[in-house]
Write a protein that binds this ligand. Structure first.
Ligand SMILES: NC(=O)c1ccc[n+]([C@@H]2O[C@H](COP(=O)([O-])OP(=O)(O)OC[C@H]3O[C@@H](n4cnc5c(N)ncnc54)[C@H](O)[C@@H]3O)[C@@H](O)[C@H]2O)c1
Length: 432
């Protein structure tokens, strides 16, 4: 077993692969960056030095990155301590890369996939049992340089030494916040975050019929709910409707049968039409919003009216309410309950399925999705009793962790200035 990681072979030089390569090079690791062609990797490596705020802050560290192609240089991975697979999100392609890794890697090397949500057991079907002990998921968030989160997910047979070595490396060398996930579809951050986005699109379709606009929805689903300023539609513009569509398809294949997210995996009709027309978001020059240049000096932000299928000037809105808006009976309050309230419900029901405790879930949402507070911190703020009463009023079952809280006779998930958290067995434990 590799006791220490000094070198990293990165397979795939796209957005995420080149981001991980830059971070490793910056930390003085020996890096091998491979892709389908050497020219492609060369372009990716050069891209690390471009712009005002280049991905690679210390330009001299570029010398730490050796480049090559899968066809000519795969055998070089034998000299690397950690092999990180970062190719396109396609199960068959990932499986074929893992077959090659199995052929060439040093028996002690650690292997990981950066998949956003395909279960590890699917990717590693039919690989050797020796490799199964050394393999896990390291799920970085975009941009790698900026986002603190890395979800670390062992497979059924991954040795604890592999996980311990990687955790220590990710925290101490890469300076990441490591969250312990499980081998479930979309892991933690994307499971909860994509539920919010997909349910958000569906609930908003109905709300728009009651004359609430896209800009109002985005203003509501940002600061007041503890979410980033992009809101719902603005964030999907950033991610891309194509990515949202594939996320939905992956969820439809891999979500447990009775998961409430199943009802929202397909894009609503209007968004599906946008996807089919290639109106995907920022990467195609516009999605729900676009910036229109009026002349050399002036530009205006426009919003796409999904119902009239035309563009108009976007209006600015702000709401001063906080999370307790979810209990309000106004149109905005009802929408906030239907989207944010149900996301908090969902998160509270996913322990122990996706994580063993509330701390890992709260950290995943803060560090990976830039929420100002995690779901359980928000429940403490809104008042769990209020939340339970609202669930009863709506004839909704009480989710797992709220049942634990209720049975424990306690009122909050955290206490002693967030130094202690309520565990699944109903006792408080120290936050480490
Ligand atoms: N972009 C994100 O926000 C993000 C965040 C977290 C995780 N991820 C995951 O990271 C992985 C890479 O995503 P990305 O955003 O860097 O994608 P990307 O499209 O930027 O890069 C994908 C790379 O895969 C390579 N590739 C394409 N077809 C291939 C094939 N047949 N064989 C081998 N390589 C092939 C491409 O040349 C490209 O360099 C995916 O699994 C994705 O889900 C992405």
């Amino acid at each position: 077993m590799t006791p220490k990681i000094n070198s990293v072979a990165i397979l795939g030089s796209g957005t995420m692969g080149s981001g991980i390569a830059a971070l490793a090079a910056e930390k003085n690791c020996k890096v091998l960056l491979l892709d389908t062609s050497k020219e492609l990797v060369l372009k990716g490596r050069e891209g690390l030095l471009m712009g005002n705020n280049p991905t690679l802050s210390d330009v001299s560290k570029i010398k730490n990155i050796e480049i090559g192609s899968f066809d000519e240089d795969f055998n070089k991975i034998k000299d690397f301590d950690w092999i990180c697979e970062v190719v396109v999100e396609d199960l068959e392609i990932k499986r074929s890369i893992f077959k090659e890794i199995d052929k060439y890697k040093n028996p002690d090397a650690i292997v990981s996939s950066n998949t956003s949500g395909i279960p590890l057991r699917e990717i590693t079907k039919n690989i050797s049992s020796r490799l199964l002990e050394n393999v896990c998921i390291t799920h970085f968030f975009n941009p790698v340089k900026v986002m603190k989160l890395c979800e670390l997910i062992p497979g059924e047979r991954t040795s604890t030494r592999v996980i311990d070595t990687l955790r220590s490396f990710l925290e101490k060398v890469f300076n990441k916040g490591v969250v312990n996930g499980k081998d479930t579809v979309n892991f933690i951050g994307n499971r909860i975050g994509c539920f919010l986005l997909l349910k958000g699109l569906h609930e908003s379709t109905d709300a728009r019929k009651k004359d609430i606009t896209i800009e109002q929805i985005d203003a509501l689903l940002s600061k007041p709910m503890g979410l980033p300023p992009t809101g719902l539609y603005g964030l999907i513009d950033l991610i891309g409707l194509d990515v949202m569509n594939s996320v939905g398809l992956n969820l439809s294949k891999n979500l447990p049968e009775k998961d409430i997210g199943r009802d929202y995996v397909l894009l609503p009709e209007a968004e599906l039409e946008m996807f089919k027309n290639g109106q995907l978001g920022r990467k195609t020059g516009g999605g729900f919003y676009r910036i229109k240049k009026l002349n050399e000096t002036e530009k205006v932000k426009e919003v796409y009216d999904l119902d009239k299928k035309s563009w108009r000037i976007a209006q600015k809105y702000t709401y001063d309410n906080g999370i307790s808006l979810i209990f309000n009976e106004s149109l905005e309050g009802k929408l906030a309950w239907d989207i944010m309230g149900s996301t908090l419900w969902y998160a509270a029901d996913l322990i122990p399925e996706i994580a063993d405790d509330i701390v890992n879930i709260d950290r995943a949402m803060r560090w990976g999705f830039a929420w100002s507070k995690g779901p359980f911190e928000l429940l403490d703020l809104a008042g769990s009793n209020n939340f339970i009463n609202k669930c009863k009023e709506k004839n909704m079952p009480i989710p797992n962790m709220l049942k634990v809280l209720l049975d424990s006779g306690e009122k909050t998930f955290y206490k002693d200035e967030q130094k202690k958290y309520l565990s699944l067995d109903g006792n408080y434990c120290n936050v480490s």
